[in-house]
Design a binder for this molecule. Structure first.
Ligand code: PMP
Length: 402
């Protein structure tokens, strides 16, 4: 018998499976709202003009292709830390943020999981919001942490279950790790308000929980990289030590370049140096060192007085287009089509995704009858909508819920 005859077939990835079904559909009206990648007004992938310019500068500089250090391009990671923690951040100025380049956000989360599994001195339990990005559970489980959940989404209001969230964090064991989506919560599109973040910070302090922020959408939620960093910066100001995962997949459109960073705030430069040394020991046997091209792009943009403001405007352009699609969809459903149900959440949700409240049978019917594809939980990528397909989408939803 073959060595692998007992290997069972695994289930297909629930999100990438949507794309497969979409590709196989030949209807010209078909729409893919499954995948979390930005699309422009014509439904096409978007390479940011600031990224193209940065690439021209990189080509002109005729750099070599030598290996990066284990923790990556420091010109890039320094600027990534400044973007997340803010130019006035105390730990940044006091040189006590340990940071490493990572294989985008996923790699940052995995390095963080592995580092915590090895060095976190307390309960190795991580609490994730229910629901959370589908990859969080396997990432942290495979890193060696025990995964549990805290309430987040309220089906009744299609909003935040803030009372449930607080109860669950207060009931968690002391010093447990808690994963927080810094902004643009995936998949729900529902973020705590600034006031609610302050309360969460107080609970985290009271219970001595360890906050691990996943910031995959800085700038993409509100259009402002500063506004979207509120939670991270507030926690740091409140004296929390945090872990942070960053990704430039969405906000720079660098998806396939895999540009991210993982950081930990520490107490002193001396402690930072010890933590840095252990980050290297975690990373070296995983992949030795990270890829160079995307880090050069992000570093060039973040470090250029010309490209940085251009990029900020481009991020805002993407966020604004998504926000305008939310308004159009809401207006079509509520005012034009008088679709039964309450659709205010389409407008109040933020970021790439919207949790529509559509049920699995409705999403199935949308795929089969209208050629509209989304994940079975009713999550749609707002970026897949544009002025050419939004009316057809609204009409299809209208039919599906009646
Ligand atoms: N965290 C969240 C919440 C995400 O939505 C994503 C992207 N889907 C990621 C992390 C990581 O993505 P990437 O590895 O492409 O940066």
């Amino acid at each position: 018998a073959s060595t692998w005859s007992a290997v069972p077939a695994g289930p297909p990835d629930p999100i990438l499976g949507v794309t497969e079904a979409f590709k196989a559909d030949k209807d010209p009206r078909k729409i893919n709202l499954g995948v979390g990648a930005y699309r422009d007004e014509n439904g096409k992938p978007y390479v940011l003009p600031s990224v193209k310019k940065a690439e021209e500068l990189i080509t002109a500089a005729k750099g070599d292709k030598e290996y990066l250090p284990i923790t990556g391009l420091s010109d890039y990671t320094k600027l990534a830390a400044k973007l997340a923690y803010g130019p006035d951040s105390k730990p940044l100025h006091e040189n006590r943020i340990a940071i490493t380049q990572s294989i985008s956000g996923t790699g940052a989360l995995r390095i963080g999981g592995a580092f915590l599994a090895r060095h976190y001195p307390h309960s190795k339990v991580i609490y994730l919001p229910k629901p959370s990005w589908g990859n969080h559970t396997p990432i942290f489980r495979d890193s060696g942490l025990e995964v549990r959940g805290y309430r987040y989404f309220d089906k009744e209001t299609v909003g935040l279950d803030f009372a449930g969230l607080k109860e669950d964090l207060l009931a968690a064991p002391e010093k447990a790790i808690v994963l927080l989506h810094a902004c643009a919560h995936n998949p729900t599109g529902i973020d705590p308000t600034a006031e609610q973040w302050k309360e969460i910070s107080d609970i985290v302090k009271e219970k001595q929980l360890f906050p691990f922020f996943d910031m995959a959408y800085q700038g993409f939620a509100s259009g402002s990289t500063t506004k979207d960093a509120f939670a991270v910066r507030h926690f740091v100001e409140q004296g929390h030590q945090i872990a942070l995962s960053q990704s430039f997949a969405k906000n720079m459109g660098l998806y396939g370049e895999r540009v991210g960073a993982f950081s930990l705030t520490t107490e002193s430069p001396e402690e930072k140096a010890r933590v840095d040394s252990q980050l290297k020991i975690v990373i070296r046997p995983m992949y030795s060192n990270p890829p160079i091209h995307g880090a050069r792009i992000a570093g060039t943009i973040l470090g250029s007085s010309e490209l940085y403001p251009q990029w900020e405007a481009e991020v805002k352009g993407m966020a604004d287009r998504i926000i305008s699609m939310r308004d159009s969809l809401y207006n079509s459903l509520t005012h034009n089509l008088k679709t039964p149900g309450e659709w205010g959440h389409i407008k109040s949700q933020i970021g790439m995704f919207s949790f529509t409240g559509l049920t699995p049978p409705q999403t199935k019917a949308l795929a089969e009858k209208a050629h509209v594809y989304m994940t079975a939980d009713g999550r749609i990528s707002m970026a897949g909508l544009n002025s050419g397909n939004i009316d057809y989408f609204a009409e299809s939803v209208n039919k599906a819920v009646r």
